[in-house]
Design a protein around this ligand. Structure first.
Ligand code: ASP
Ligand code: MG
Length: 410
């Protein structure tokens, strides 16, 4: 008998039939005697629908009101699942983030969890209830509803698992695990039995949508055993377990663990800024003030006393970032600001890079052979990322999957 936190994503609760499937899965665990905290997303497409409704009123809607509307999607699914379980004779109770006492800071639409109240949920578990919690949301100390950023239900699940010291946090999703790359792009992509926490963190930060990055960070911080499994398969198998240990030796097909593609990247360039101390600070500080994350940054070597400054931001932040940059650029007498959205970030990730040199040059060589131009580069100890034109993105993924023999079982 264990305490499990199980999270089901939007496609797993997309309609009443899928919700019934989830209920049947839960019943199997309940029959074994497990205690269960279930975390749900909104029905797939629902959060986007709500977002678009809001944006059709105001391109930059009030962030507090955004959270009030966005949090409704999850409220619907938790109630429907609890009703379904009840109808099957299983005791279940739904909770919104507020009811569950998931306290967050007050950064609307990107809030961070600060604490979780234990008493009510603990008592329900002791009384034999399946506890069903709305993912992606919380409440501030002032009683304001907040949401945790897109994909935030994963983070709710991991936070609950950490708080209640769950034996495992299981993320049920529409894929049966973490793959070497997106199987829709590369048919030879292979499911990984395990992946290290560090690699998963990189992949999540690089645009792999399997897990929200915040959830992986939290799992690392609190050592939460985290597993990704299929919610659609009758027998989900073992999925992919995120591990905390590292190997000593890597065979050829393990130097790289995965390839991530992020099409949500956009690029902003400021041309002809006077090359004086504080350029990067002035531009990036203004962007940061608006809670926009900047990813890659390049500043050119200056020749005539002016320089060019380029950085990337996520697509949803592009319009705002461009507007802010234009303002700062004007105040610095920069020559011109321009942006482009037809780019993608392609990354290779693997802890095996630490003990193998020449990985980056192998990547650049493979891309060059296909005449794929690299616009920006960034590296860390266990990853290499390049910005390329998005029209080459899929080809590039396949080229690198072959180059590093990722289809071969180690
Ligand atoms: N429903 C939210 C979203 O679509 C949160 C989640 O599914 O994790 O981003
Ligand atoms: Mg998700």
């Amino acid at each position: 008998m264990s305490l499990l936190v199980q999270k089901f994503g939007g496609s797993s609760v997309a309609n009443l039939e899928r919700i019934r499937n989830v209920a049947n899965k839960i019943k199997k665990f309940k029959d074994k005697g497990d205690d269960l905290i279930i975390v749900l997303s909104a029905m797939s497409g629902e959060t986007d629908r709500l977002l678009n409704l809001a944006k059709s009123i105001d391109q930059f809607p009030n962030q507090r009101e955004m959270d009030v509307i966005l949090s409704t999607g999850e409220q619907v699914t938790v109630a429907l699942l609890s009703m379904t379980l009840n109808a099957m004779g299983i005791k279940a109770k739904s909770y919104t983030g507020t009811q569950a006492g998931i306290l967050t800071n007050n950064v609307h639409t990107k809030a961070k969890i600060q604490s979780i109240a234990e008493d009510r949920i603990r008592k329900d578990l002791d009384d034999g209830y399946v506890v069903v919690v709305a993912g992606f949301q919380g409440v501030t100390i002032d009683g304001e509803i907040t949401t945790l950023g897109r994909g935030g239900s994963d983070t709710t699940a991991v936070a609950l698992a950490a708080q209640f010291k769950a034996d495992e946090c299981q993320i049920y999703t529409d894929v049966d695990g973490v793959y070497t790359t997106d199987p829709r792009i590369e048919k030879k992509a292979r499911k990984l039995d395990t992946i290290t926490f560090e690699e998963m963190l990189e992949l999540a930060s690089l645009g792999s949508k399997v897990l929200q990055i915040r959830s992986v960070e939290l799992a690392g911080k609190y050592n939460v055993p985290l597993r990704v499994l299929s919610s659609l398969l009758e027998e989900p198998g073992n999925g992919t377990l995120i591990t905390f240990e590292e190997k000593e030796h890597y065979v050829e097909s393990e130097i790289i663990t995965g390839i991530a593609l992020n099409r949500d990247e956009t690029q902003i360039t400021v041309l002809g800024v006077p090359d004086t101390p504080g350029i990067a600070f002035n531009i990036l500080d203004a962007i940061g003030q608006e809670n926009i994350d900047v990813d890659l940054i390049v500043q050119n070597i200056s020749e005539d006393g002016t320089t060019d400054f380029t950085f990337t931001v996520n697509a949803p932040d592009y319009d705002r970032a461009l507007m802010i940059t234009q303002k700062v650029a004007d105040s610095m007498n920069a020559r011109q600001v321009f942006g482009r959205t037809d780019i993608a970030k392609l990354s290779i990730v693997g802890v095996g890079m630490r003990s193998n040199s020449g990985v980056a040059s192998r990547m650049f060589h493979a891309l060059a052979q296909e005449k794929i131009n690299i616009l920006m580069i960034s590296t860390s100890e266990i990853k290499v990322s390049v910005i390329i034109e998005s029209k080459y993105a899929e080809l590039a993924v396949r080229v690198l999957h072959d180059e590093f023999n990722l289809h071969i079982e180690p």
